[in-house]
Ligand binder design. Structure first.
Ligand SMILES: NC(=O)c1ccc[n+]([C@@H]2O[C@H](COP(=O)([O-])OP(=O)(O)OC[C@H]3O[C@@H](n4cnc5c(N)ncnc54)[C@H](OP(=O)(O)O)[C@@H]3O)[C@@H](O)[C@H]2O)c1
Length: 259
């Protein structure tokens, strides 16, 4: 068993076929939750669900993979409805799917690409939360939404300003939703630092030592580091935490000072 006990609870994790979403789906299921993970690609979602299931004991929760684009409100509704239809409840929504295709100065961007970044990183978490509410999130016990933002939301960086602005907006949106959805649903965010995943490869592959050098805890993050923070914020034991933002970065935000 893990530190957490989500037995009898149901969770939806967007972008769960690899990286942080995969680790989160695996930890929630290992802790007893029935999990639906999504990805754009059905085969990748299915494979991930099967791999997680094969790695877990019989006492773990179930894991199902389904294709659902984060920007598709109908898909959001279908996934959340399915969660309630198959398990009778929906307790946890992890808005994890994210994208970062717009590089360079913010004044030198294709507006359509900027709109896409905000659609996936900022609007989609609100759309999925609305779908989860409509399906019944938090009607059996308190619901928990955890949004995956980034330490880029809290600092300035060259090259990925559009992405960082979309994540800063997500942190603000988290606080706004916490205000609007209590006491039925708690809403919190996590700001990861550089984590070893495909999305962030440009930030660590070939120069992991450089990142480690400005990280007080002397390593880059692993997806499981973020999964743990998500489970913490979704757990019944944090029932008085809402509107919070948890930085999980090995100290990278403070470590960059002076460099
Ligand atoms: N890695 C880091 O250093 C880091 C740091 C700060 C924040 N984050 C945030 O953490 C979250 C997870 O990122 P990651 O690093 O784990 O990325 P990743 O390893 O690239 O995984 C992304 C996951 O999301 C799915 N996905 C991508 N676009 C999607 C869409 N439009 N609709 C539905 N699913 C989609 C992918 O599957 P398909 O390709 O099959 O759709 C995959 O399962 C993101 O919000 C990211 O911004 C990451």
């Amino acid at each position: 068993m893990t530190t957490y006990d989500f037995t009898g609870r149901t969770a939806v994790v967007t972008g769960g076929s690899r990286g942080i979403g995969y680790a989160t789906a695996a930890l929630l299921a290992a802790s007893g939750a029935d999990v639906i993970l999504t990805a754009r690609d059905a085969a990748r979602a299915d494979d991930a669900a099967r791999t997680i299931t094969d790695s877990l004991p019989d006492s773990a929760g179930s894991v199902t993979g389904t294709a659902a684009h984060a920007a598709d409100p109908a898909a959001a509704r279908a996934v959340c409805d399915t969660a309630v239809d198959t398990t009778g409840r929906l307790d946890i929504l992890v808005n994890n799917a994210g994208t970062n295709p717009a590089y360079g100065p913010v004044t030198d961007q294709d507006p359509a690409l900027v709109a896409k970044v905000f659609e996936i990183n900022t609007t989609a978490p609100a759309v999925w939360t609305a779908a989860a509410l409509a399906a019944g999130l938090g009607t059996v016990g308190t619901g928990a939404v955890v949004n995956i933002a980034s330490i880029g939301a809290l600092t300035m960086e060259d090259g990925i300003g559009v992405y960082n602005a979309s994540k800063a907006a997500l942190v603000h949106l988290t606080r706004q939703m916490a205000r609007e959805l209590g006491p039925r649903v708690r809403v919190n965010s996590v700001c990861p630092g550089v984590v070893r995943t495909r999305l962030s490869e440009a930030l660590w592959r070939d120069h992991e030592d450089t990142v480690t050098a400005v990280t007080p805890l002397a390593r880059i993050g692993e997806p499981s580091d973020i999964a743990d923070a998500v489970a913490f914020l979704a757990a019944p034991s944090t029932s008085w935490i809402t509107g919070a933002n948890l930085v999980v970065d090995g100290g990278q935000l403070v470590g960059t000072v002076g460099h």
